[in-house]
Design a protein around this ligand. Structure first.
Ligand SMILES: Nc1nc2c(ncn2[C@@H]2O[C@H](COP(=O)(O)OP(=O)(O)O)[C@@H](O)[C@H]2O)c(=O)[nH]1
Ligand SMILES: [Mg+2]
Length: 180
């Protein structure tokens, strides 16, 4: 059985739910309390695709960025094959600020890594989901992801799909580990 190991980094502003998405995915737990991530926290998850391959994900939960930019050295992104740019689906400013960071990194990882956009907190939607998705597509048009996935870490909506689809893509297209 073939075994892959892939590093995936979650990047987004503070408070959009990066830590919660990982916690839901890895431990199937959710907490309403907000404890902000300092630096980085690592988790592992093994996915077994029957009769096909195993893939071990190393999930890097990175400190959220603020208007001052990234709060960690870009060397933390080294060796990643995938990124999950995470936004709050109810907050267009989070789409814009995340896309800005994405475009700063994009020239370095384009063709060498791939990424998804998670639009989290769908349980708090006030607009139509399709309306918010359309806005996100427009804002990310110059840095197109493989997917836009509306998620809720709280209600466990599409969290598994987010990570499993990205991982399948990394394996199917044999995305290497790239270095900054
Ligand atoms: N309603 C709702 N709250 C969420 C969701 N995901 C995270 N939160 C809450 O948002 C806050 C920030 O979450 P956290 O995962 O720490 O965000 P991070 O800074 O991006 O890591 C916490 O109070 C979480 O409980 C979600 O899907 N729905
Ligand atoms: Mg966090």
């Amino acid at each position: 059985m073939k075994k892959y190991t892939k590093k995936i980094c979650l990047i987004g502003p503070e408070g959009v739910g990066k830590t919660s998405l990982i916690r839901r995915y890895v431990d199937n737990k959710f907490d309403d309390k907000y404890i902000s991530t300092i630096g980085v926290s690592l988790s592992n998850k093994l996915i077994k695709v029957p009769d096909s391959y195993d893939i071990e994900l190393i999930l890097w939960d990175l400190e959220g960025f603020t208007s001052k930019g990234l709060h960690f050295p870009t060397t933390y992104l080294s060796g990643a094959s995938g990124f999950v740019f995470t936004c709050d689906i109810n907050n267009e400013d989070s789409f814009r600020s995340t896309q800005k960071i994405c475009s700063e990194l994009y020239t370095k990882f384009e063709d060498k890594a791939c990424f998804s956009v998670a639009l989290n907190k769908t349980d708090l939607l006030q607009e139509e989901e399709s309306h918010q998705l359309k806005k996100a597509r427009e804002i990310f048009k110059d840095t197109p992801p493989i997917d836009f996935i509306p998620t809720s870490a709280k209600q466990d909506n599409k969290v598994g799909e987010l990570f499993s689809h990205l991982s399948k893509y990394l394996v199917d297209y044999d995305i290497p580990n790239f270095r900054f």
